[in-house]
Design a protein around this ligand. Structure first.
Ligand code: CMC
Length: 424
């Protein structure tokens, strides 16, 4: 694979040769797999310098603020493509031709409905359950319904499962909302696009089916698209790790949903809005900036900073633009939370603490403002992130299983007691 080598010398012993691989772009990668046979491990908590797999799906240059799916820049996809086409791209490697697009769209369209038993399943949850708690459980439970497509080494089964999960996620996401507010579940409509359908399932009732605004449907579609994949992030890595044991796709996606839930990952969009509410007024921004900089205070500016981006998150730029469009459409240009967010961003970007640490707004900083303006409650924000991220999870799972892979099994630097006898 490579003639380039790195040499590692431990305590003056003979150097160990380690192969160095070049990707099609991005940093070189040192293959450390042979080190275990020399009696040493590498140490990298948080996997900051570790490439855990080969992948051809998504590339990020965090310093330049670049995000590519199968080579296509996210800005171009957001402008010219749509969520379903990006799902196809992530899963299959190329953009679909019109026939392929039609077939894929129809496949998704006709798999949006969920088994009626799932309706019963929801009844077990209290109305106050967090939507992510319901989503996690119900997606895992889907494996009970699709025994016909659980052979993970079968390419056809994997694609069938991918289509089912991508198609059913918006339905389940809307059901989580409806359950919480005690309204009847709305069935998906086959004559609607994925995003129109989602809005219809959220806000329609059997008594009233409000017309879905094309601007809002487009905004929702672009939000899904912008979340569709993000390389080996925590939830995707979780899906891969679960998948590496041979688990079924529904269980793997459920594990990804669990990982996404935390406020350091997908839960940040909910946390951003809570933070903006707490700030409440432009006059209090400075106070919160000071809190974020105070090492004795656990508070962090939510929606700011990223493990990989040391530049403006390109998704945040697109989302800020959509935010303007949506607020204009809804006649809410003067939305106080948007005003606070804009001012907060400006102040943080001029502050030495944030400049030094290269902390910029990330994808979650503006998405909550759009969702809130559309009428979506904060507790559903991370569910929407999960719905958008589903094609990424499933594409990585499919890619891993299409190639040779081993069970994921990290090692450790043991710091506990050495062997001792049990007291008698
Ligand atoms: N507010 C204040 N300080 C921060 C922030 C923040 N939001 N983020 C990082 N820092 C500081 C941190 O205290 C540290 O300072 P020092 O060097 O003085 O100790 C430095 O910046 C580096 O931070 P880190 O925690 O080592 O960085 P990380 O790569 O481990 O964490 C992060 C990345 C996203 C978890 C973190 O920036 C964060 O907690 N941000 C807020 C939560 C958030 O918005 N998460 C959404 C991420 S994007 C969507 C997604 O991928 O799910």
């Amino acid at each position: 694979m490579s003639d380039t080598k790195a040499q590692l010398t431990i305590n003056g012993k003979d150097p160990i040769d380690l192969p160095v691989y070049q990707g099609t772009t991005g940093p070189d990668v040192i293959d450390v797999r042979s080190l275990v046979s020399k009696g040493v491990f590498t140490y990298d908590p948080g996997f900051v310098s570790t490439a855990a797999c080969d992948s051809q799906i998504t590339y990020i240059d965090g310093n330049a603020g670049i995000l590519l799916h199968r080579g296509y820049p996210i800005e171009q996809l957001a402008e010219n493509s749509d969520f379903l086409e990006v799902c196809y791209l992530l899963l299959n490697g190329e953009l679909p031709n019109p026939d392929e697009r039609n077939i894929f769209e129809n496949e998704i369209r006709y798999h949006t409905m969920v088994d009626q038993q799932i309706h019963e399943f929801f009844k077990g949850f209290p109305r106050t359950a967090h939507p992510m708690a319901m989503l996690c459980g119900i997606v895992g439970a889907l494996s009970a319904f699709y025994h016909d497509t659980l052979e993970i080494d079968n390419h056809e089964h994997r694609i069938r499962a991918a289509i089912r999960i991508i198609a059913k996620m918006p339905t389940l996401a809307a059901m989580c909302y409806k359950h919480g507010i005690g309204q009847p579940f709305m069935y998906p409509q086959n004559n609607m696009s994925l995003s129109e359908n989602f809005i219809h399932m959220l806000f329609g009732t059997p008594c009233d089916r409000p017309k879905v605004s094309p601007t809002i449907a487009k905004a929702m579609d672009t939000l899904f698209l912008l979340h569709a994949d993000h390389e080996q992030n925590a939830s995707t890595s979780t899906v891969r790790l679960a998948g590496s044991t041979g688990s079924n796709p529904y269980a793997c996606v459920a594990s990804g949903i669990a990982a996404l839930w935390g406020p350091a990952h997908g839960g940040a969009n909910e946390a951003v809005l809570d933070m903006l509410y707490e700030i409440g007024d432009e006059s209090r921004i400075e106070e919160f900036i000071l809190k974020a900089k105070d090492k004795d205070d656990p508070f962090r500016l939510m929606g700011f900073g990223h493990r990989v981006y040391k530049n403006y998150d390109p998704r945040a730029t697109v989302i800020r633009g959509i935010c303007n469009q949506v607020l204009e459409e809804l006649g809410a240009e003067n939305d106080p939370l948007f005003k606070i967010a804009l001012k907060l961003e400006k102040i943080a970007l001029e502050d030495e603490y944030f400049i030094e640490r290269k902390l910029f707004p990330n994808v979650d900083f503006y998405s909550g403002i759009i969702l809130k303006a559309i009428g979506i409650p904060t507790s559903l924000f991370t569910v929407i992130f999960a719905t958008g991220r589903t094609p990424g999870w499933i594409a990585h799972w499919h890619e891993m299983l299409s190639e040779s892979y081993r069970i994921g099994r990290p090692r450790q630097l043991y710091q506990g007691s050495t062997k001792r006898d049990y007291p008698r």
